[in-house]
Design a protein around this ligand. Structure first.
Ligand SMILES: Nc1ncnc2c1ncn2[C@@H]1O[C@H](COP(=O)(O)OP(=O)(O)OP(=O)(O)O)[C@@H](O)[C@H]1O
Ligand SMILES: [Mg+2]
Length: 604
């Protein structure tokens, strides 16, 4: 590993064509575990086909009997009754195969959906920067539906078409081999044209899927920032952009429809060509007396029966192409690898009671081709409360994210409890850390559930204790339903400061040996900040706490302050020392203290 690790390695840009042998692995386990269901379903399907194929034979007896006047009315009734009986059996068996095979395709869909979801949750932050939410949603809706259709109705139509066409052709050959050859002469035309059109369809369908992703992502990002859009009166602007994306999606769909619209009529045309052959040549055979009128009628019925399988060829080709394109995209997703992964041979971890971090000349950039955000940082973060400050963009949040193991670091640069982090399982390190991000994230759930996020087993008393320590308890009691109040989507029903303290309560409840607070108190008033800090001091005695802040009052209460400037450590030490030595810190102090320390002032 190089000293500057890039997250770009994680990204797979161009969609590549995945060999079918690999795609198959995604589906095989489900096929295996439901083989009995499939066997019974397909047996019923084949039986339906065979039963249907006997009907022209019965019609032939009736016609031949009528032609030679050798059949009685009772005989005709018996043959009609037989057809009815067969139809009854077809109804029952058709229900069986539909229930079993379509049910199977739903089971398959569920298995693949679970696999996608489980895989996505394991991915690292660079992955989520590359794949938008719209993209991921499209995978689990559109792509999955295409795979389900291909493996359900596609598979049924393929087998149905195969059995029907082989059996119908067999019966036709039994009547007259040469006539069969003539009737089937136009068939290769259909096969070739379907092949050409399907290849085009494959490409066009991929474009449709991409544009659907873009549309989904645009709607999502618009709805998520609806307040902003209203504040800036951007409704019309967003509607126009949405309209343009919708138009592109519509046009791509039309391009797909143009090909689909060609495939089915082509099958009908080829079928009609066959019919022309049969009427002309078959008719002559009847006139010659080579075949009976009954054979002729049965032959035509079989040819009609062949038209559906011929059309199914085009339709199945569509479904399979769509399914394969989608399966390829799903495959790429579920086989994408996280740069930030567990080591193959992890060091034997033991729980640290007083763990700390050590940074050894650490350099980090978000992408291979971008400038480093953190440069040659050497730092030791042991038990105690560390304050981190610096201008906006100086790398404070990046530092927190690296410590929380959200982004990868190179070997030998970051140590946890004296062990290189790359040798420790991610879960192990993260289970030691409480992390309060710069933007508090809340789920649309109750306040209590949001606080207990990392500790589902927490009692109500423990939740309340954490809320008291984060100075949010009184605010919660003032809400209509107290701890059972729903926070609304992303906590929209709470103030910025309340959200921050709720996120802090969550970290306090987890009570882990390390606590990282990335500007987590910026929206809290000074009196509350003091109260929270006192709680932290009591609660985290002997543990490692890192607080990012630009507030002098808060920083002055910490044990040691680190000033970051452009990704490097400009200065570190106690409040008193920095006041004497660092001009940036001095000017922060002057500005904030002249305003009675009641308000945060941006750094100069
Ligand atoms: N996910 C990302 N991908 C690429 N660049 C990023 C990413 N996150 C942050 N940066 C860049 O890294 C630099 C440091 O960002 P960081 O968020 O660490 O700053 P900060 O000190 O926390 O700033 P602030 O005080 O505004 O929160 C910035 O130049 C920013 O543009
Ligand atoms: Mg930040």
């Amino acid at each position: 590993m190089s000293s500057t690790i890039s997250t770009a390695a994680a990204s797979q840009t161009e969609p590549r064509r995945v060999p079918f042998s690999q795609l198959r692995d995604l589906l095989l386990p489900t096929y295996r575990s439901h083989r009995l269901r499939l066997a019974v379903g397909f047996a019923a399907l084949v039986l339906v086909d065979l039963l249907q194929l006997t009907i022209p034979r019965i019609i032939k007896y009736a016609v031949d009997g009528l032609e030679t006047m050798t059949i009685s009315t009772a005989g005709l009734l018996r043959l009609g009754g037989l057809i009815l009986l067969i139809a009854g059996a077809v109804v029952a068996l058709r229900f069986v195969w539909r229930y079993l095979i379509i049910g199977f395709s739903r089971l398959l869909e569920r298995a693949v959906r679970n696999r996608i979801f489980t895989h996505i949750l394991k991915m690292d932050m660079p992955f989520f920067e590359k794949h938008t939410t719209g993209d991921l949603m499209a995978h689990s809706s559109n792509d999955l539906a295409a795979v389900q259709m291909a493996c359900g109705m596609g598979m049924v139509a393929a087998i149905d078409a195969l059995v029907m066409s082989l059996a119908a052709i067999g019966f036709m050959i039994a009547i007259h081999p040469l006539l069969t050859l003539l009737a089937l002469l136009p068939m290769p035309l259909l096969a070739v044209s379907t092949r050409i059109l399907s290849a085009k369809l494959h490409k066009r369908f991929a474009t449709v899927q991409e544009q659907f992703s873009a549309l989904t992502e645009f709607s999502r990002s618009t709805l998520i920032s609806i307040g902003l859009i209203k504040a800036y009166t951007m409704e019309n602007f967003q509607t126009d952009r949405f309209g343009r994306l919708g138009k592109r999606y519509f046009r791509s769909n039309l391009r797909v429809a143009a090909i689909q619209g060609l495939i089915s009529p082509l099958a009908t045309l080829v079928g009609s060509l066959g019919m022309l052959m049969v009427l002309y040549f078959g008719g002559r055979l009847v006139i010659d007396g080579t075949i009976s009128l009954g054979d002729f009628v049965a032959f035509i019925t079989y040819l009609y029966m062949l038209i559906w399988p011929m059309m199914a060829i085009g339709w199945v080709a569509n479904l399979v192409q769509r399914g394969l394109t989608s399966l390829g995209r799903i495959y790429q997703l579920v086989t994408s690898r996280s740069v930030l992964a567990d080591p193959l041979l992890p060091a034997a971890p033991k729980m640290f009671r007083r763990p700390g971090f050590a940074l050894n000349n650490l350099t980090f950039s978000y992408a291979a081709d971008s400038a480093p955000v953190l440069k040659n940082l050497t730092l030791s973060l042991g038990p105690g409360i560390h304050g981190v400050t610096g201008r906006t963009g100086s790398g404070k949040s990046t530092l927190c994210k690296l410590l929380a193991r959200l982004y990868p670091v190179a070997d030998g640069k970051l140590f946890f409890g004296g062990v290189d982090v790359n040798q420790l399982p991610l879960q192990f390190i993260r289970s030691h850390i409480g992390y309060v991000g710069q933007e508090p994230l809340l789920f649309s759930d109750t306040i209590a559930a949001n606080i207990a996020l990392g500790r589902e087993d927490a009692s109500r008393e423990e939740i309340i204790e954490a809320a008291v320590n984060a100075a949010i308890h009184d605010d919660i009691l003032a809400l209509k339903d107290g701890y059972d109040t729903m926070t609304g989507e992303r906590g929209v029903k709470l103030s910025g400061g309340q959200r921050q303290r709720l996120a802090l309560a969550r970290a306090l409840l987890c009570d882990r040996p390390v606590l990282l607070i990335d500007d987590g108190l910026s929206a809290v008033d000074v009196a509350t900040e003091h109260e929270v800090f006192a709680g932290l001091r009591r609660h985290f005695a002997g543990k490692t706490v890192l607080i990012v802040s630009n507030r002098i009052k808060l920083l002055s209460m910490t044990d040691r302050i680190i000033i970051l400037a452009d990704g490097t450590i400009e200065c570190e030490g106690s409040h008193e020392r920095l006041l004497g030595e660092n001009s940036l810190y001095q000017s922060m102090f002057d500005k904030q203290m002249t305003q009675n320390g009641s308000k945060e002032t941006p750094l100069p």
